[in-house]
Design a binder for this molecule. Structure first.
Ligand SMILES: [Zn+2]
Length: 136
């Protein structure tokens, strides 16, 4: 069994993980002002409304930055170091930390367009990851 850390579902992120499990990529939207944010928050960071919903997101983003981890902070990552972590700017505005699939970050250009892909390899969690557009 993998000893990688798993998402910890709570009242603010359960909607996100449930949608991912159903094959949908979502971001939190304020029901009152429409502000898009991620990760989920108890109140809208813009207008403080507590009325928030998980809304469909485009799944398009931009590579903002990346880093390569050379140290395994969890045993489950030990065999994968050095692994890349990317910072993606979602088309709707929020940013997301994730992994790149099908390419190495070094091969990409900052500002390059990425698209989400839902990784269903974990039996319990569907993890949004990112790939270069048009390069599968
Ligand atoms: Zn709002």
């Amino acid at each position: 069994m993998s000893s990688k850390p798993r998402p910890r579902p709570d009242v603010f992120n359960t909607g996100f993980w449930q949608a991912a499990r159903e094959g949908r990529f979502t971001i939190q939207r304020c029901d009152d002002c429409g502000d898009a944010h991620y990760p989920g928050t108890p109140v809208c960071p813009k207008c403080l409304s507590s009325s928030q919903s998980w809304a469909p997101a485009s799944g398009r983003g931009t590579l903002l930055s990346w880093v390569r981890f050379h140290r395994a902070y969890w045993d489950g990552f030990r065999e994968e170091v050095p692994y890349g972590v990317v910072l993606v700017g979602l088309e709707e505005g929020p940013m997301m930390l994730s992994n790149l699939v099908g390419a190495e970050p070094e091969d990409c250009t900052i500002g390059e367009k990425l698209e989400v892909t839902l990784d269903t390899s974990d039996p319990e969690w569907t993890l949004p990851k990112w790939r270069r557009v048009g390069r599968a």
